[in-house]
Write a protein that binds this ligand. Structure first.
Ligand SMILES: Nc1ncnc2c1ncn2[C@@H]1O[C@H](COP(=O)(O)OP(=O)(O)OP(=O)(O)O)[C@@H](O)[C@H]1O
Ligand SMILES: [Mg+2]
Length: 229
């Protein structure tokens, strides 16, 4: 059970997704960065959290080891399908770091997740490529009668670019909701894996503002999940 102080508990939605995935078949979108930061955030909030590294490259599992957080590597689609429900019985939340391709692994992840977050960079190439993952989510929803909840968020956005407005307009008319919170492009986020850290643990004003952006993003995503379930 989570060890939350009353004030912290009051600021969080009551319902958590048991399985939260970061997916996008586009490489370099920010899945591993998002998944590891989410794992550290939920752990710091007092929830027992497991990260499942479903990417054959295992970038997040090495990072998790340095953070001292539990992690399991499963990159076989059948094993993911079978193991995810069992693992979620033992943790408050299981977070999945998805692979950067449109594979059977991504499909297994979508079939087993309660909430799917899709990081997307604000270039037109990246925006155009979200069509594939949106199609996967739509197909999973047809099979599962509406689940999983899913949303896109813009990641690594440079401050006040015209592209950001264009990106928001391009995604706003899409099938999946676009979260209002935008994650900025910050050197401290890039530096975090090399330092075996996250912006929640790093000192200074830049990590602090990046940490605030992650917190805002996760709370917005949890509220969306709560409203849809
Ligand atoms: N908000 C951000 N600000 C600055 N750098 C970022 C941000 N998000 C991600 N990055 C950097 O972008 C690169 C790609 O991010 P990440 O590895 O999380 O993407 P990914 O979607 O997991 O990629 P892959 O598909 O290869 O697994 C990394 O070098 C990471 O540090
Ligand atoms: Mg990755």
């Amino acid at each position: 059970m989570p060890r939350l102080k009353p004030r912290e508990a009051a600021s969080l939605p009551a319902k958590l997704p048991k399985i939260l995935a970061f997916t996008n078949q586009k490489g370099g979108a920010g899945k591993s960065t998002g998944a590891v930061h989410a794992a550290d955030w939920f752990t710091q909030k007092g929830y027992s959290t497991l990260l499942v590294d479903a990417d054959g490259q295992q970038s997040s599992s090495n990072w998790l080891k340095e953070l001292g957080l539990p992690c399991k590597v499963i990159s076989d689609p059948e094993e993911l399908f079978d193991e995810l429900p069992k693992l979620s019985d033992h943790y408050d939340i299981v977070i999945i770091d998805g692979p950067g391709n449109a594979s059977e692994v991504t499909k297994a992840v979508l079939i087993r997740s309660n909430l799917v977050l899709i990081p997307c960079r604000d270039s037109m190439i990246d925006l155009a490529s979200t069509g594939k993952i949106v199609q996967f989510v739509r197909q999973a929803r047809e099979i599962r009668g509406g689940l999983p909840s899913a949303a896109v968020y813009l990641n690594a956005v440079k401050d006040n670019t015209i592209l950001l407005r264009e990106a928001q307009e391009a995604l706003q008319g899409g099938v999946l909701p676009l979260l209002n919170t935008v994650l900025p492009d910050r050197q401290c986020i890039k530096d975090a894996p090399g330092q075996g850290s996250t912006v929640f643990r790093m000192k200074g004003s830049s990590p602090k503002s990046a940490a605030n952006a992650y917190t805002k993003l996760l709370i917005e995503a949890l509220k969306l999940f709560e409203s849809e379930s």
